[in-house]
Design a protein around this ligand. Structure first.
Ligand SMILES: Cc1cc2nc3c(=O)[nH]c(=O)nc-3n(C[C@H](O)[C@H](O)[C@H](O)COP(=O)(O)OP(=O)(O)OC[C@H]3O[C@@H](n4cnc5c(N)ncnc54)[C@H](O)[C@@H]3O)c2cc1C
Length: 279
């Protein structure tokens, strides 16, 4: 038998996790797969489970002073149906899984699972999202690229819950999001690309580039982005140089979904296509 707790608010949940080793379960779409056993046998939860998906403090989506705040327990469907969420974020969550899974899968679960193929991650890296972690001793605000430290690894403490994700929404007029998988839906990414830029009068004012499933975590580089912004305009030669620079930091592996060469080649093609389109 699995022991479970259903706290009625965040404080109660934080008190529970400060006293006892537990497993936090939000939508359960990652956990139920990871802990499944043979048919007819309950999944292996070796510690009590704390259900957090219905905690109201984790369900808000607000927009204030250019900051979009998304509660960690908001599902992909809730995010896709919220008018405060920009279209490019909606597109990202709508490419995940199937409608049934999207009704359960939460953005907090996708982040805390910390897989390099997590579909929300390239956009959240590109947007320099900040995660708010809460425990009984207070809150910590951690940039997403410091939170995830390897495949499936992050720095959350046992007494913390990811409460919300804060995104400073800027105006981007050139957006390209591509998830390359075996099928259009219900397939994990072989690779993914997120490009966001603001181009005005032919000048690149801002640019964010992120690649998923081609390294131990999401690949991006503030240094290269700043070099592009400094140039303002880019020639064909510049694009080749930028591709070479990203080629040095994109380090995919061969696995059951794809080959490293394919992953890297398509990432660089998408990058080249996107940069050419900017100009
Ligand atoms: C059929 C199927 C298809 C899928 N397709 C995709 C896909 O296309 N793209 C994709 O990216 N993913 C996919 N997934 C994976 C999964 O749906 C997502 O990663 C989802 O966002 C996980 O969210 P969840 O709420 O279900 O997480 P859960 O399974 O509840 O939790 C995942 C992990 O995060 C922790 N956690 C969850 N919320 C919090 C919180 N607020 N604070 C602290 N820790 C927390 C849990 O303890 C656990 O370790 C798929 C899964 C299935 C079953």
């Amino acid at each position: 038998m699995v022991k479970g707790y259903r706290p009625s608010n965040l404080k109660e949940a934080l008190e529970l996790i400060s006293k006892e080793e537990v497993i936090l379960l939000s939508g359960g779409t990652d956990l139920m797969v990871k802990r499944k056993r043979c048919s007819g046998v309950e999944p292996l939860f070796d510690k009590p489970v704390v259900f957090i998906k219905d905690l109201l403090e984790l369900k808000n989506i607000t927009f204030k002073n250019d900051i979009l705040t998304i509660g960690a327990a908001c599902t992909c469907s809730e995010i896709a149906n919220n008018d405060l969420v920009p279209e490019y974020m909606k597109e990202v969550v709508l490419c995940m899984a199937s409608p049934g899974i999207r009704n359960m899968a939460t953005i907090g679960g996708n982040i805390c699972n910390s897989s390099p193929v997590g579909d929300t991650l390239p956009a959240l890296y590109a947007l320099e999202s900040v995660l708010v972690l809460e425990s009984l001793s207070g809150k910590r605000e951690i940039p997403i690229n410091e939170f995830i430290v390897g495949p499936g690894k992050n720095i959350i403490r046992k007494d913390e819950i990811l409460k919300e994700i804060r995104i400073n929404i800027k105006e981007f007029n050139k957006v390209l999001h591509r998830k390359v998988g075996t099928r259009k839906s219900i397939a994990l990414a072989k690779l993914s690309f997120m490009g966001l830029a603001k181009v005005e009068n032919g000048k690149i004012e801002d640019i964010r580039l992120a690649f998923g499933a081609v390294g131990p975590t999401i690949i991006n580089s503030k240094k290269i982005e700043n070099e592009i912004i400094k140039k303002g305009t880019i020639s064909k030669e510049d694009i080749e140089e930028i591709k070479t620079k990203y080629g040095e930091i994109i380090k995919p592996i061969d696995d059951q979904r794809s080959k490293a060469n394919y992953r890297k080649g398509i990432c660089l093609n998408l990058l080249g296509y996107y940069l050419e389109d900017l100009m």
